[in-house]
Design a protein around this ligand. Structure first.
Ligand SMILES: [Zn+2]
Length: 274
């Protein structure tokens, strides 16, 4: 176990974004005795084709909590409307308050260019908070931080105005089952809404055990091409032998508005990437 536990905060827009994009890193952090908190900026109340509103919000809160429990992390789901998040001063103050309260060593969020407005505004809110968390006169009721956390972006495949360019690679092969266990908790999403929205409902198995296998397979299909795409960074990180052999990996890109994700920060915050 770690002497001084690191603190990882993942702020996503929806109640499955944090674990979807950084579930492996979160699982590795927890396995090493570090502290992990995941946050959804919205209540998830628009993420379904049959139900919506309070009933869906209750369901998604329970799914997020269950996902966090898989690795022993907390998962907070805020009350902002799904599909209606705005980067207001009020929400910015909430984000500043949350960051100051949790005091993350590493803070992950979406990139500012993304198909979903909730993702874009979540990114903007975190970016807007990045410097202000150190300014005492802003949100004075929450004691300011002396230093910015390291901030990094979650991966995506959007190309414009510039493509995701990872600074860090993490071999998540040892925790693929944990990632699948976490995502398996989001029944309303991966087996219902997203399956409907992305037209793969007929591929979703009926029983729980088969669904869990389906989830692992889907996660492998998603993460394997990414490992190949950024193979050179894996080789740079893990050396030629292991770097060439890594099957599944997560990648993160340093954000210029946080503390620098330099060699020292990479060694400290990603100690298993060696
Ligand atoms: Zn999302």
């Amino acid at each position: 176990m770690a002497d001084t536990p690191l603190r990882l905060l993942i702020i996503g827009a929806h109640p499955d974004d944090a674990d979807y994009s950084a579930g492996g890193l979160a699982a590795l952090y927890r396995a090493a005795g570090h502290v992990v908190k995941m946050i959804s900026m919205t209540n998830g109340g628009a993420g379904h084709h049959v139900t919506a509103g309070p009933e869906l919000v209750r369901r998604r809160r329970a799914e997020a909590a269950a996902s966090g429990q898989v690795i022993g992390a907390t998962y907070d789901v805020l009350d902002n409307p799904d599909g209606g998040l705005l980067p207001t001063l009020e929400v910015r103050a909430t984000v500043i308050h949350m960051i100051r309260t949790f005091k993350p060593d590493l803070l992950l969020t979406h990139r500012p260019n993304d198909y979903h407005p909730d993702h874009r505004y979540t990114s903007q809110l975190v970016q807007d908070a990045a410097y202000l968390v150190t300014v005492p006169a802003v949100v004075p009721e929450a004691p300011h931080l002396m230093r910015d956390p390291v901030i990094a972006y979650l991966p995506d495949d959007f190309q414009k105005p510039y493509p995701f360019s990872p600074s860090v690679a993490v071999d998540v092969g040892s925790v693929m089952d944990k990632i699948a266990d976490m995502l398996h908790c989001h029944t309303s999403q991966f087996y219902e809404w997203l399956a409907y929205n992305h037209a793969y409902l007929e591929q979703v198995p009926a029983d729980d055990k088969a669904r869990r296998e389906f989830m692992l397979l889907q996660t492998q299909k998603r993460l394997r091409p990414r490992a190949d795409k950024y193979r050179s960074l894996l080789v740079e990180t893990y050396g030629p032998q292991r770097g060439a052999a890594v099957e599944y990996a997560e990648f993160f890109e340093g954000c210029e508005y946080g503390a620098p994700l330099d060699a020292e920060a990479r060694a400290r915050l990603f100690p298993f990437a060696r």
